[in-house]
Design a protein around this ligand. Structure first.
Ligand code: HEM
Ligand code: HEM
Length: 185
């Protein structure tokens, strides 16, 4: 059995779970809202709710980006607790690669979402306030970032399955690894 008392610090733990919950909600919201019918696809007189959910997705996404920046700064200034010596070298390597990819995706998702929105013909609004336009509308650039945002979303889900799978595996095999990030001691 792997045992160690080392845990992530409280700030890192709170940020991990807060950001994780927000991202999981955003992935679900994003996948659901793109299936909503556009105004032009509805019978005359029926109003589309698509724009409402898109605006909410954008505002939430920009807000989460602030938490993610804070999380990355926190991580850069606070090292991860050492893993117990009994954790094999390959597991250390795989977990650092997966964690690194997760940080990359956490940054890339809001960034590609924002760029896609910036190149669209609509203003990007943050909780109703239009943000300054940093570039002219460009249909080709918008499409590129829309595709990238979608591909990264699927990659995120795949890496998350791996990440959560590893946590469940550790839990089942009775190691103490998941305690390092648990909200309770
Ligand atoms: C969007 C969702 C999630 C993201 C982006 C995410 C991201 C991360 C990252 C980047 C780390 C490494 C922390 C560091 O060293 O700075 C980490 C650690 C960890 N995560 Fe997640 N996570 C998510 C969801 C989850 C879920 C749902 C679980 C559990 C079922 C979980 C369990 C853990 C555990 C136990 C650790 C500590 C691993 C260790 O001690 O080395 N995570 N997570
Ligand atoms: C944590 C951050 C984010 C996550 C996890 C996320 C996730 C997603 C997902 C899963 C989709 C559906 C992809 C598809 O199947 O086509 C989506 C679509 C979309 N996202 Fe995000 N997103 C994030 C941030 C943002 C931000 C910051 C913006 C803009 C400011 C944004 C704008 C959009 C738009 C406009 C679409 C619809 C694209 C289309 O027209 O097909 N997202 N997002």
């Amino acid at each position: 059995m792997v045992t160690s008392d080392a845990r992530y610090n409280q700030g890192q733990i709170v940020l991990h779970w807060l950001v994780a919950a927000m991202i999981i909600c955003m992935l679900a919201l994003g996948l659901w809202m793109v299936g909503l019918p556009k105004e032009s696809e509805l019978p005359p007189g029926q109003e589309s709710v698509r724009a409402f959910w898109f605006l909410l997705h954008k505002s939430l996404g920009i807000t989460i980006a602030a938490f993610i920046v804070f999380r990355v700064i926190w991580r850069l200034t606070h090292a991860a607790p050492p893993l117990p010596a009994s954790v094999p070298a390959w597991q250390r390597q795989v977990s650092s690669i997966v964690h690194f990819i997760l940080y990359g995706l956490m940054i890339a998702m809001p960034l590609t979402g924002y760029l896609q929105s910036m190149y669209s013909k609509y203003d990007t609004k943050l909780w109703g306030v239009a943000l300054p336009r940093l570039a002219e509308a460009d249909a080709a650039a918008r499409e590129t970032f829309t595709d990238l945002h979608q591909i990264l979303a699927y990659l995120f889900i795949a890496v998350l399955i791996l990440h959560v799978g590893a946590a469940i595996k550790h839990r089942i095999s009775g190691t103490e690894i998941t305690r390092r990030m648990s909200l309770w001691k």
